[in-house]
Design a binder for this molecule. Sequence first.
Ligand SMILES: *Cc1c(COP(=O)(O)O)cnc(C)c1O
Length: 485
Amino acid sequence: MQEYPGTTGLIFNEPLLWEKGQKGRQGFSVPRRDVESSELATEFVGDGPDFPDLGELDVIRHYTRLSQWNFAVDLGMYPLGSCTMKYNPKTNERQAASPGFAAAHPMLPPNLSQGILNLMYDLERYLVEITGMDAASLQPAAGAHGELAGMLLFHAYHQSQGAPRSKIIVPDTAHGTNPASAALCGYKPVAISSNADGILASEDVAALMDEETSGIMVTNPNTLGLFEENIKQIADIVHAKGGLVYGDGANMNAIMGIADMGEIGIDVLHLNLHKTFSSPHGGGGPGSGPVCVLKHLEPFLPVPRVIKQNGQYLLKEDFPDTIGRLHGFNGNVGVLIRAYAYIMSLGAENLKKASQLAVLNANYIKEQLKDTFHLAYDRPCMHECVFSDERQQAHKVTTLDMVKRLMDYGFHPPTIYFPLVVPGAIMIEPTETESKTDIDLLVNAFKAIAKEAEEKPDLLQDAPRYSRRRRLDETTAARKPCLTG
Ligand SMILES: *Cc1c(COP(=O)(O)O)cnc(C)c1O
């Protein structure tokens, strides 16, 4: 195997602190006591908690070693499709950690939080400008939460028209959160298949859309990395029947400031600030999933809303048609600050450029690997491309085997077995922040693995070999999780 920078060898084993501690070890030495000992202390304190005795270096090594068991964008490429694991510039962290923001209590009154309210007010306007929508709320705490907000907005809108509806159309390529959010809101999701080109056909939407259907949820670009080219006609069909169009904007990284979502017929759009607008988000949070709407849905937005009155920023709750409050306080404010810093540091032109580079990088990978792996849809892609294990199955090698092997080459595996419409899917999203040099390393690693699949399939079925843990029994781990260590 070719040596790759980063992960081969030097795997640190580390026991629990309790196993490591030895009676009498100390973090630091205090001067010898020169007064009589007193019973008083033990009387009040008792024996104290059962902490192990450890030296400073024991503790430092323990936590540093544990930190090295993690993989992160700061360590290597993390091409996890649909998750937009781009490098998050450190200046964003610095701004979020500014004491004026980080030390502010969420219950401070607006007259003492003008800075953060100003930032939230401006951020809403930037997001509206970048997406081509009319108004926004920063309340939802994640993408799925934004979807729920969107479904509540749909419901409030139809209610205001005097006719609540019961169903919603969701494509088979959608992220699982889409039907789940719709169902949580009481809608029955109706699945629609994508066509031979991997996108929605307007005739298929027309066949399903009726006056019982609240609207459609569309991810654009979709999770195959393809732009929904018929979106305008689809939106017209849905609107003609009184329905609304929801845009899952988690894939906005392909089209920041380029596609005008309002113009193409989207009524409500959520964004994943933690993906597109650069907050670290491995391991599940914290996130932020603002919803952007067109004018006719603005009255229903969640409260409180940040408003500007006589040069002062205020939080206003009094909107009679609002769907209400979705979150305690103001959402995950740290993510909002990072997104604001990201937008300000790039500026309008460079945001567009970031999207163009993300698309270029994905298309480069698609072209480099399409002779090696079966390409599910051979057409220009947006920010990600989807391959499958169709060719390698002849050697009894699966997608899972190949991506486990990729770990031995020093890369985080891509997203696999999603979207469901591509059996054995391998979904690669390089993002704009990877250089050609690093992308070529990934491409070469995949080519080497495909060769191994032909010549030494055992090697892959047994992968990973160089990670701390070998192949895990993921089914048992999911079915019978052991959460106590
Ligand atoms: C990530 C993602 C979501 C869900 O976002 P969360 O912040 O994880 O809740 C929804 N749709 C798509 C297309 C996504 O990629």
